[in-house]
Design a protein around this ligand. Structure first.
Ligand code: GLU
Length: 367
């Protein structure tokens, strides 16, 4: 059985490492991408929504520009290489997906876009809408503007954050290695680890620093950091090799980092260091909808307490109990204006295109 089958994983994030995307001559490994696109199309036909996090911009651009050290000799080189490589990379993705009848969409994000809550909601909403529309988002870090202090630097953690933002339940990191080994896999006696239930010090010590291929900036350390983020957000993460035919359809050897149980993990994330800035009181109908896993709509809200900004944490209150915590899609002033109003009235009330909910279910933890 393939990794994260559609029936068990409605949304999947697939990250493709630089070494799989770019060949020794600096060309795109198109045949490989065609296979991956065919695998994505097969999954889409079974109802899975797939987002791609694609590396390779720096490696590709550096080869085209003839830059030393794979374009990583200086920040300016990396940024110029990324700008040059990204446009080519996006073009190839659009072509190989189109050949499978799929539409590609490009999203370039920075660390701040995913760490700062207001911007996080913006990126998450765009991503969610693209996936709903059946489009395949092809995502990379916006390397041509991100500077050292504000960069992810590796697409492994970026993929895990994207999974969190998209409410995905699985992440596949395709790279040139088929998973985690108990020591450097080049050493004799190295043993493959198939499944990791908990990431502890023993697991972390197994990771070797540095990228094996020298093309990306990943390596096992950033893959384990990514697994931590994904698992805490309720998504499983698999590290698998892209050096097999149809890596997303075949049964491939991999290491699976098992997700923490979704609800507690989400709660921990929403609770983590954040204090609620306000409360949204709701009626019984809304309380039932939340219990069914739906988003909180303004129609079911009866009162707003506190002053909060978009992206702030608020609680959701029934008359007799606290139901949930979540990130508000509106500031408190606009939330008050929407109280009890149906979604089709929102645009006229606000004077701008409304969000789909007061709190989206992906950004809410039931208590
Ligand atoms: N964003 C980088 C690129 O497109 C790759 C980062 C990584 O190697 O993980 O080249």
């Amino acid at each position: 059985m393939s990794l994260f089958p559609p029936a068990a994983c409605p949304r999947l994030v697939v990250k493709i490492g630089s070494a799989l995307l770019v060949d020794a001559q600096g060309g795109v490994r198109r045949a490989f991408l065609e296979e991956v696109a065919a695998d994505i199309a097969a999954r889409a036909r079974e109802g899975q929504q797939v987002a791609v996090v694609s590396s390779g911009a720096i490696a590709l651009g550096a080869r085209r520009l003839g830059l030393a050290k794979g374009g990583r000799a200086s920040l300016e080189d990396a940024q110029a290489a990324a700008a040059t490589g990204q446009i080519a990379l996006a073009g190839v993705w659009a072509e190989v997906l189109a050949a499978q009848g799929l539409t590609a969409a490009q999203m370039l994000v920075t660390l701040g876009d995913l760490e700062e809550r207001r911007r996080y909601l913006n990126a998450a909403a765009t991503l969610g809408r693209l996936l709903q529309l059946g489009v395949v988002p092809v995502i990379n870090e916006n390397d041509s503007v991100a500077t050292e202090e504000i960069r992810f630097g590796d697409n492994d953690r970026l993929a895990a954050r994207i999974a969190q933002a998209a409410g995905a339940s699985g992440v596949v990191l395709l790279s040139d290695i088929d998973g985690l080994y108990d020591r450097n896999p080049a050493l004799p006696g190295a043993t493959h680890i198939a499944r990791v239930e908990r990431i502890d010090g023993t697991i972390e010590r197994m990771a070797d620093r540095g990228s094996a291929s020298g093309m990306g900036s990943g390596g096992m350390v950033s893959k384990i950091a990514a697994a931590r983020i994904a698992n805490a957000a309720g998504a499983g993460l698999a590290i698998a090799s892209g050096h097999v035919a149809h890596p997303l359809s075949a049964t491939v050897r991999h290491t699976l980092f098992v997700a923490e149980r979704t609800a507690p993990a989400r709660k921990a994330w929403l609770a983590g260091g954040l204090t609620a800035r306000g409360a949204i009181h709701v009626d019984e109908g809304a309380a039932r909808a939340l219990a069914d896993g739906r988003s909180l709509l303004a129609a079911g809200a009866t009162r707003i307490d506190g002053h909060f900004a978009r992206g702030d944490l608020v609680t959701v209150e029934a008359p007799d109990r606290t139901l949930a915590r979540g990130l508000s899609e509106y500031d408190s002033v606009d939330a008050v204006r929407l109280l009890g109003r149906r979604s089709d009235e929102h645009e006229a009330i606000l004077g701008y295109a409304p969000r789909s909910a007061l709190i989206h279910r992906n950004h809410m933890a039931l208590l």
